[in-house]
Design a protein around this ligand. Sequence first.
Ligand code: ADP
Ligand code: ADP
Length: 216
Amino acid sequence: MLTARNVTKNYSNLPILKGVDITVGKGEIVTIVGSSGAGKSTLLHILGTLDAPTTGEIWLNDVNLTGLKGDALADFRNRHIGFIFQFHHLLPEFSAFENVCIPGFIAGTRKSQVREKALFLLETLGLKDRLDNKPNQLSGGEQQRVAVARALINNPDVVMADEPTGNLDSRNAYELHRLFLELRDKLQQTFIIVTHNEELAPMSDRQLVMKDGRII
Ligand code: ADP
Ligand code: ADP
């Protein structure tokens, strides 16, 4: 479903990614692991179109993402790719429910349909009693689950997660990984996850180990 072909990335002529090939299938949970500075975040950002490769191509189904620019790229990204970060990046002045709805409204989906989906996701993630809470009224685990619901609102083909458990205690980190597995099983949701968590990475379907700009 997602393919990266011979992806390289240079920062000021310094090679950071040195030729990466990846194929990820639908419903697969792939973790990217490896030491700090190996290029994991750089790769994830490129796979998620947040950054462009120096050379190489990224395909999502039959779309060449490296050919998309400007508004077309932003629109494609919002509709097809979900993101979860280490810090939840929820908008503080909006409720949990509103935070989840916003990317759906931006995509131009019918408002009633967006609200229905947001309700379904928040209920599925155990947040039915938290709909009207602002982010600062939620625990760390709850904030991250709201961020997961927001990432799923537009039925993305793939969710990119960069250290999603990095700010959680071990119980909440474990629960979040269980949730990823459940979403894979129930919704055939695909995830690509950069993680340092050596206990949780083995729960994924496949671990890609990066070292010095390559998958080894
Ligand atoms: P990881 O996620 O595996 O820790 P990163 O992808 O964050 O690694 O970084 C890989 C290398 O690229 C590091 O040496 C980092 O300093 C460098 N790097 C990352 N982003 C930039 C940037 N915007 N400009 C210059 N160098 C960068
Ligand atoms: P967790 O084990 O997920 O970290 P916490 O111990 O932080 O949970 O929170 C327990 C409960 O208290 C949660 O249901 C959360 O919604 C609620 N809570 C935490 N912080 C606040 C707050 N600042 N205002 C209102 N409710 C809060």
